[in-house]
Ligand binder design. Structure first.
Ligand SMILES: [Zn+2]
Length: 56
């Protein structure tokens, strides 16, 4: 199975004060996993989505 592109734009990332590396919050990572699962179940070959935070 070839790798398929899963792209989500506008994902908020935090940047480490020490090394400057960007990382994604665990909660957001879980939401992104949900988006990918949805796309897979829909049979979509690839997705480009704008990240939309869950209403709080
Ligand atoms: Zn760091």
């Amino acid at each position: 199975m070839p790798m398929r592109p899963w792209v989500v734009r506008n994902v908020p990332a935090d940047v480490c004060d020490v090394c400057g590396e960007a990382f994604i919050d665990d909660t957001i990572a879980e939401e992104l996993e949900g988006l990918v699962m949805e796309a897979k179940q829909a049979g979509t070959e690839s997705i480009v989505r704008h990240y939309q935070p869950l209403a709080s």
